[in-house]
Structures are given as structure tokens and as C-alpha cells.
Design a protein around this ligand. Sequence first.
Ligand SMILES: NC(=O)c1ccc[n+]([C@@H]2O[C@H](COP(=O)([O-])OP(=O)(O)OC[C@H]3O[C@@H](n4cnc5c(N)ncnc54)[C@H](OP(=O)(O)O)[C@@H]3O)[C@@H](O)[C@H]2O)c1
Length: 302
Amino acid sequence: MTSRWLVAGCRGQLGHALVERLTAHPDCEVVAAVDREELDLADPQAVATLFDGLASNPPDVAVNAAAFTQVDRCEREPEAAERGNAIAPRVLAEACEKCGIRLVHVSTDYVFSGDSKIAYREHDEPGPRSVYGRTKLAGEEQVLTTASDSLIVRTSWLFGRGRNFIASILAQAREQRAGHASGPLRVVDDQYGRPTYAHDLAEAIRYLVERGAQGIYHVANHGVATWWELARESLDAAGYEDLSVERIRTDELTVEAPRPLRSVLDCSKAEALGVKMRNWRDAVGAYLASSDYPILEERGIG
Ligand SMILES: NC(=O)c1ccc[n+]([C@@H]2O[C@H](COP(=O)([O-])OP(=O)(O)OC[C@H]3O[C@@H](n4cnc5c(N)ncnc54)[C@H](OP(=O)(O)O)[C@@H]3O)[C@@H](O)[C@H]2O)c1
């Protein structure tokens, strides 16, 4: 049976991947895909108008891939962070509950403090260290208390079409090679997490919904990395093996939002349901070879 989907945040990394994968899947139909250009998800009237417009072909599932994801900017703009990460999920959850639409909400490893030596399970105590983490946790709570049968998927270190760590490192590498920048790249080597390709996450979300999953699930690519290791892997895979990257510690870096040092997600609950995620190094290769990463020479095509 075909399932009908609404994707919110469709121009973001995950939203874009969701639309592509769901559209290509024979059992799925995307009946609506919206982002900030269409509406502000935190505006109840705008969301009501959207849902009214879909009344003749209503979605079975709504995925909220929209969020205010700029972690440092959230510290400077806490009200905007609250609006994007907590109020918007509540408004969407209320609309979904009213219309009997199943809500899938996406959240983050940054709801955890990162002080634990072992990987985080779904039921572990959150302890966000930043405005981003606190507002995302508030969004989770809003969804869980408002929308029955909802699914929350926490992920980490996402990369896909758009702004992300790998794209930024490779942009810096191009600057270096062109002689526009001097000095080595410097990347922190004491924060640990699980890099995740948006396309792999999109497929896992589709699968979890198909299996009727409810509550909180952790989904990320397999394996653990530091940001330095992710930078090194990306540079090597894109042909910058000769470029050196200096390893630095978090306390050598000045950033506005504190980051968890070890926000590794334990994904065994999703794995037990049959979610299969490839290793993050293979996922980086797949991303660089895809049209999500638009620099043709580095894809070996140009
Ligand atoms: N990126 C990561 O490393 C990461 C890690 C862990 C978890 N996550 C979670 O994964 C999900 C997807 O992240 P992503 O990286 O794909 O996000 P993204 O690329 O930053 O895209 C988010 C999209 O949501 C839109 N948006 C934000 N607030 C909105 C609002 N009030 N109304 C309508 N649209 C709004 C944004 O528009 P504007 O650009 O105009 O604001 C943007 O197009 C999010 O829930 C995020 O918290 C991300």
C-alpha cells in the first residue's frame, strides 16, 4: 500500500534526501514538501492553512526535518532557536494530532552532555550543553506529549546537500591549493561522534515508519570518529592527501556554543528492528561521489 508523506524542511540536508528517496520509492508518495520559503512552521495559522490545502489528499506521515541547526548562532539568537527547534515541532505536532497524521521528528546527539564514556542509549538522561541542545530537547518533549504514535529519530554529525562540516573542510582545502590561504587546517581531535549521511538516514526513517516504530530511536552511520578523522578521511577521498591537518583540542578553539565531547549514539535499538547503516567512511565516499557534493573534479568526473 502506498504511504503519503509530508516533508517539512525539504531544502535542508535531510529534507532534500528524504524527498529524493521517498519520490523514488515505489510504495511512497510525497504529497507536500515545504520549507521556510513556503511557511514558518512555528506559525499555527500557516500550518493550519497548509493542512487544509492537503485535505483532499492528506499525508499519512509528516516528517519534520526543519530546525535551526546553526549551533553557535543559536547562542546569539535563543529566541529564534526556541521558535525553530521547540515551538515549530509543537505546532506541527498539534496539527498532526488533530488530523490523525503520524509525526516523525528529527533530533540530535547534542541533547546529551557528552560526559559519558559509553555510547548513549535512547533512555539515557539528556543533559544539553548549548541553546541548540536545550531547544532541540524541548522540541522532543513537545512532540512526545502532543502527538500520539510519534517517532523521534536522533542522529548526529549530518552531511548531505548543503552546508556541513565536510563541505566546509573541502572548501578550505580548495582555498589552500589555490594559494588563497596559508597555514595548516586545524581541526579538533578530542570530540567523538558518529558521522551520518543524510541519504542513509532518510532511508532508515522510511524503513522505521514502514515497521511502525514509535518513541525515540538513535540512527547514525556505523563507527565512531573525531572531527579530525572525518576531515582527514574527506580530504583523502577528495584527492587532498598531501594537505596536512593539525590536530587541536577543544579548549584551543574559541566557539560560542559548548560541544559535547563524546556524543556517540548507541543505535542498537534501531539495528534490532533491522535498520542497517554502512560505515561512516563508506558514507563519506558515497556523499563525495553523489550530486549532493557538487564539486565535479573532486568526484573524479571533471
Ligand atoms: N546538521 C547536523 O549536523 C545535525 C546533527 C544532528 C541532528 N540534526 C538534526 O537533523 C535535522 C535535519 O538537519 P539538517 O542538517 O538537514 O538541517 P538544515 O540543512 O539546516 O535544514 C533545516 C531547514 O529547516 C528550515 N527551517 C528552520 N526553521 C524553520 C521554520 N520555523 N519554518 C520552516 N522552515 C524552517 C531551514 O530554513 P532556513 O535555512 O531558512 O532557516 C532549513 O531549510 C534537524 O532536526 C537537526 O536538528 C542535524
